[in-house]
Structure formats: structure tokens, C-alpha cells
Write a protein that binds this ligand. Structure first.
Ligand code: PMP
Length: 404
């Protein structure tokens, strides 16, 4: 039986105080907290077997290599990739997207088209703009509506046989909207376009099955899934990863090097130049184990309850407007109150120990759509409780009174 109070015991940071008040951490869409089980894995690595991986003959190097490769297999199984070598370690979602964008610069030509959604994080907009500049391809956008949902009929209208790539996040980090990725993938494939799904914000809440989705590329970051920062993965279908050129040159990614010619290593190493975040990869595996022990269905059911509860409470506050009112949402709530600046609300909440995010959440086009500079964003994980939401609402009401 899931009990958030028990789960909280796994997260030492949740016991600390901020500004003399117990911490209420509602900034999970920026980064999640790390359970002791994952912290222990990190400490164990640096205490007992810190060594560089691959090709080392000594025991420490072999232990580190085994643990790193075992973690890759855990990640493969979690996302149901067909092969472990389709999982490329990255420094996070941004790195994964840039790796794919860089690869496509040699595959696209002028006149080709790329489609992104209006709900993207800057990391899923800027690399494609750069790619278009390099190749002469055109960027098209699937627009959004007032509820913060993609207008799929407009996707149908811009999709055509010139479309080579479609990029969409599974969940918007700014609004929490869950996008209909399965049908987007199916439609894109019907015109021969590849699809990259940005799973940074969905992966902590929804377990993606990359084979069932038939997605070409899927990217995510460990730090949103109870793992450390600076590590993530790119899943790519074998055929695509073989087609793309390497992203960075260096050690680890080669088969043979001479001054005349270099040949590249097989997957996944072709895309893994240099010493990677070894401990990070191992800890990512541990974080996935941790979340699977709780279970993603349990996690998303509980977080949906929190989302519903918080939405109801927030809607009772006069002058409060929630941005992103789709029925298909995960536990992210973006809002403003009357014309109070989000930054002022965030600053006062912090004085009461409550961590929320304020600003444009790296999604300026969404803010432009609503004609606002930014929002206050509260985002929940399975270790948050209704009691914390009650305290957040009380503090928010106090804040609004002070600022009105
Ligand atoms: N895409 C989405 C939807 C995100 O939420 C984030 C992180 N806020 C990113 C991309 C970028 O992830 P990272 O900073 O870990 O590379």
C-alpha cells in the first residue's frame, strides 16, 4: 500500500528547514529530489570503485564498467528498447536533442521541413532553429489553444511529404499538458517523417514504451526521475543511430585512429566520446529501480489526486488564473494571481519555506501566447502530500493579501 509519509523517509532533504520553516518542495518540474537509496549508490561508487571504464584491465575499472553497463540495461528494460546499444548516455535531455539535431544536419537539404510543437521547452526549439539555418530547412509549428493543448488539426495541415522530422514533448514542463504522442508518431510516419519525443517532463510520471510507441528518438534526464543532474539518455532506433554521424570526436568513440583516417566504434560508443558521467549513469539505474519499486501506476494515480486537490484549492482563490486547463495533465500547475508579478509571489513563498518556480520555464513562446511574462509553477511528485498543499494554499493566500 502506497503511503507518502513512509516514502518521505527516503528523502533526507525533505527534513530540512528553509528560512526557519519546514521545506515544502514544489519545484519538481525543475528537478526532483534524490532518495537515500540513490545517494547510497553514489557514495558507494566514490568510496569503493571509482575508476575509468572500458578497456581497463584492473579490477576497479571492470567493476565500474560492469555497473555502468548494467545500468544501461536497466534503462533499456525500463523504456523497453529492443537493444541496450540503442540507449546512448548523455548529459541530459538538451544534450540528446543536440546530438540528434547535429546528426540531421548532414541528412537534410533546403526545402525539407521540420515540425515542432508550440508547447516546447527552449531546448526543443533552439537546436532545430540552428539546424534550419545550417540546412535551409523550414521550421513549422503545431499551434496551441487556450487550454494549453496542441491543435492537432493544424498538425495535419502542416504535415506533408517534405516533413522530415517532428519534435514534440510528451508532457509540457510549463503547463503539464500530456500531448497525444502516439497519434502524432503514427501520422508523422505515414508521410515518412521521423519523430523525436522529449520525455524530460513525462518520464517521472509516465513510463514510455519506445517499441509500442514506435518512436524514433526519445530523450530524458535522470535529475527529473530521482537521479543526479548531468546525466540522461537518448534512445534511438538502431537504424537511425547507424545513419547519424557521431556528435563529438574523442576517446571511447573510435574503432581505429590514424592521421589518415579514423573509423568509429559501434553503437552505443560511437556517440559517447570522452569519459562519461560514470557514477551518474550507475545512479540513474538506481533511480529507475527506486521508482519502479513504487510503481509508475501507483505514482501517477497518487500524483493525479494531488493535482486535482491542488487545482480545486487554487481555483477557490479570487483572481487566480491557471494556465493549462487540459483534462490530459500531469502534476504541474502554472498560475498567476490578478496582476501580481510571479516573482514576488515566489519570493514571499520562499520566506515561508515553500519552493515553487517563477518565470517563463524555458518556454517563452507559451508565455507569449498567453501574453504574460511568466507564471508561478507548482509541480508535485509522489513524496508531496495533501497537507503540504494545504500549507501552500494558506501561504499563498497570505502572500496575495500582502501583495494586493
Ligand atoms: N524539455 C523539457 C520538457 C524539460 O522539462 C526540460 C527540463 N526542464 C528540458 C527539456 C531540458 O532538460 P535538461 O535541462 O535536463 O537538459
Amino acid at each position: 500500500m502506497f503511503n507518502a509519509e513512509d516514502i518521505r523517509q527516503d528523502f533526507p532533504i525533505l527534513n530540512r528547514e528553509v528560512n526557519g520553516k519546514p521545506l515544502i518542495y514544489l519545484d519538481n518540474a525543475a528537478t526532483s529530489q534524490t532518495p537515500q537509496q540513490v545517494i547510497d549508490v553514489i557514495v558507494d561508487y566514490y568510496t569503493n570503485y571509482n575508476a575509468n571504464i572500458h578497456r581497463g584491465v584492473h579490477s576497479l575499472s571492470q567493476e565500474a564498467t560492469d555497473a555502468y553497463e548494467q545500468a544501461r540495461i536497466k534503462i533499456q528494460k525500463h523504456f523497453n528498447a529492443k537493444y541496450a546499444y540503442e540507449i546512448i548516455y548523455t548529459s541530459g535531455t538538451t544534450h540528446g536533442i543536440n546530438l540528434v539535431a547535429n546528426g540531421f544536419s548532414s541528412l537534410l537539404k533546403a526545402g525539407d521541413e521540420i515540425i515542432v510543437s508550440a508547447l516546447e521547452h527552449h531546448s526543443n526549439i533552439v537546436p532545430w532553429q540552428m539546424l534550419c539555418e545550417q540546412t535551409g530547412s523550414k521550421l513549422k509549428v503545431i499551434p496551441m489553444n487556450q487550454d494549453g493543448e496542441l491543435v492537432i488539426s493544424e498538425f495535419d495541415a502542416v504535415l506533408n511529404t517534405n516533413t522530415k522530422l517532428v519534435f514534440v514533448n510528451h508532457v509540457s514542463n510549463a503547463l503539464g499538458t500530456i500531448n497525444p504522442i502516439a497519434s502524432i508518431i503514427e501520422k508523422a510516419h505515414a508521410v515518412g517523417a521521423a519523430v523525436l519525443v522529449d520525455g524530460a517532463q513525462s518520464s517521472p510520471h509516465i513510463k514510455a514504451d519506445v517499441q509500442a510507441l514506435d518512436v524514433d528518438f526519445y530523450v530524458c534526464s535522470a535529475h527529473k526521475m530521482c537521479g543526479p543532474t548531468g546525466v540522461g539518455v537518448l534512445y534511438g532506433k538502431e537504424e537511425w543511430l547507424n545513419k547519424l554521424p557521431p556528435y563529438q570526436g574523442g576517446g571511447e568513440m573510435i574503432a581505429e585512429v590514424t592521421f589518415e583516417k579514423t573509423t568509429y566504434a559501434d553503437l552505443p560508443h560511437k556517440f559517447e566520446a570522452g569519459t562519461p558521467n560514470i557514477c551518474g549513469g550507475i545512479a540513474f539505474g538506481a533511480a529507475i529501480d527506486y521508482m519502479n519499486t513504487i510503481g509508475f501506476e501507483t505514482i501517477s494515480n497518487y500524483e493525479d489526486e494531488l493535482l486535482q486537490y491542488a487545482t480545486e484549492q487554487l481555483n477557490n482563490i479570487e483572481g487566480l488564473k491557471i494556465y493549462g486547463t487540459s483534462k490530459h495533465k500531469t502534476s504541474v500547475i502554472s498560475f498567476n494571481v490578478a496582476n501580481i508579478h510571479p516573482y514576488d509571489i515566489g519570493t514571499l513563498l520562499d520566506k515561508m519555506g515553500i519552493a515553487v518556480r517563477t518565470g517563463h520555464h524555458c518556454a517563452q513562446p507559451i508565455m507569449d501566447f498567453y501574453k504574460i511574462p511568466g507564471t508561478v509553477r507548482a509541480s508535485f511528485m509522489f513524496y508531496n502530500t495533501k497537507e503540504e498543499i494545504d500549507q501552500f494554499i494558506t501561504a499563498l493566500k497570505k502572500t496575495v493579501t500582502m501583495l494586493s
